[in-house]
Write a protein that binds this ligand. Sequence first.
Ligand code: SF4
Length: 229
Amino acid sequence: MITPVSWLERNPTYKEKQEEIKEKDLTTYGFLGYPVLQAADILLYKPDFVPVGKDQHLELTRELARRFNDIYKASVFPEPKEHLTKFPKVLGTDGRKMSKSYNNTINLSDSEPVVRQKLKTMVTDPARVRRTDPGNPDICPVYEFHNIYSTQAVRDQVNKDCRSAAIGCIDCKKLVADHIVEQLAPIWDTRAKLIQEPSRVEEIVEAGSKRAATVAKATLAEVNEAMKI
Ligand code: SF4
């Protein structure tokens, strides 16, 4: 109720998605108001930091925290800061930001053949049309995956061989796929075991929900007091 519509309309994600996703009608209350739900989900737990990716915006969350505190003359909400990880932006298989809405993701739930297939069709340096054309790893989304998953020695070799066309994109992608698969394998194993034990998953979710509910209740009590309701 305290969010001005103009704040939502100028939200960079709202504008970006409208430009990128033409096939869906995004001029809905749900899409416009979604960042308020996200802000509520964040502020309910009063964090000092939020682990986010690059280009994920916390500005609205901070503005809402400030606005609530100003209106109700209480310092209920902190203004959380971004906590970027070592690789704050991961590109999707089409070279745009990886996002479920763009259908360009590699999912932790994907099987090995699916991951390999997605990498096979991933976009590369667009200027490298023929096998004999030298490439530029600095602008290639596949090389970004090498940066995340491959060893320094492999990265150096690929960097050199791409620029001289000593390696082709198909082999380069296979190399990165091997490294990705190696690191995802333990996650797939754990996932496969957990699927066999649905009650264990429920226990984990329940325990997490309980911890979260305790914090949320305490925050809501403060909110109610500040709003005198
Ligand atoms: S060789 Fe690798 S880094 Fe170079 S353009 Fe092809 S996929 Fe990208």
